[in-house]
Write a protein that binds this ligand. Structure first.
Ligand code: NAD
Ligand code: ZN
Length: 250
């Protein structure tokens, strides 16, 4: 691994005035949550139809059983890793202004990050498919699936987006605004294949941001907009950056 790249990345992080993070499933792999694509990916094991909104409305109980296995059994029993912790530490030290995540696993918040924009929603909440009332997730719902709305009796789904649903408008526009303001965006563990979320880093780049990318493999961003590519596992790369920024600069 090229030492110069690490030093340049650390310099950029220390000297930028508005830095944003754009994270995807890869950042949580070392916590034990599989990504959608690639080795050990969810789509190698499950049919994506269970996350299609029309299938869900048609067969909510069947869908819920699979969703529970994919997202709840894993995310309820795992912890943030050194990559999540690095970004919360950057934020605490004024070196990261906003975290934009495609992840729904709540691990950025659980690691202590504060200004987190969840553009795909979160496992922490449920939403009624009829009256749109939101409620907190509680694991008792698994005793009688599908859970029902206390307001109108209709079906509750997890408050993260399914195939066929639009992104939450406020979160998405705030993510774009913050990307445009950034002079540095750090992209971690995302293939850039999920549209329209995938266009967020391009917006940052268009407005002049430098791009640092961390991934185990090259992505749609690497040869198009990335300035510094740090190849490897997010946890390992972030630990090394953390040493450079917080130890060597003391
Ligand atoms: P993706 O599954 O399309 O791609 C994951 C990316 O992470 C790949 O580019 C892969 O090379 C990289 N990667 C794998 N292991 C890594 C590691 N240890 N360190 C760094 N990079 C690593 O993920 P995506 O682009 O985020 O899109 C999938 C969508 O599915 C997301 O938008 C999200 O909504 C949802 N999803 C969320 C979770 C979660 O919340 N943890 C998990 C799976 C899927
Ligand atoms: Zn309702």
């Amino acid at each position: 691994m090229d030492n110069n790249n690490f030093h340049s990345a650390a310099e950029l992080i220390l000297n930028s005035s508005f830095t944003s993070l754009f994270s995807g499933a890869g950042i949580s792999v070392e916590s034990g949550i599989p990504p959608f694509r690639g080795e050990g990916g969810i789509w190698g094991k499950y049919d994506p139809k269970y996350l299609d909104i029309n299938f869900f409305k048609d067969k909510p109980e069947e869908s819920w059983q699979v969703i529970r296995e994919i997202f709840y059994d894993s995310s309820l029993n795992v912890n943030p890793n050194s990559a999540h912790n690095f970004f919360s530490r950057l934020e605490t030290n004024g070196l990261l202004q906003v975290l934009i995540t495609q992840n729904i696993d709540d691990l950025h918040r659980r690691s202590g990050s504060y200004n987190v924009i969840e553009i795909h929603g979160s496992v922490k909440k449920l939403i009624c498919i009829s009256c749109r009332l939101k409620s907190n997730f509680n694991k008792n719902i698994f005793e009688n699936l599908p859970p029902k709305c206390s307001n109108c009796g209709s079906i509750l789904k997890p408050d993260f987006i399914f195939f066929g649903e639009p992104l939450p408008a406020y979160e998405f526009s705030t993510a774009i605004e913050n990307s445009k303001k950034s002079d540095l965006q750090i992209i971690v563990g995302t293939s850039g294949e999920v549209f329209p979320a995938s266009k967020i880093p391009f917006t940052a780049k268009d407005e002049g941001a430098k791009i640092i990318e961390i991934n185990t493999t090259r992505s749609n961003y690497t040869d198009t907009i990335t300035d510094i590519f740090l190849e490897g596992k997010a946890g390992d790369i972030c630990s090394r950056l953390s040493d450079l920024i917080f130890t060597e600069n003391k």
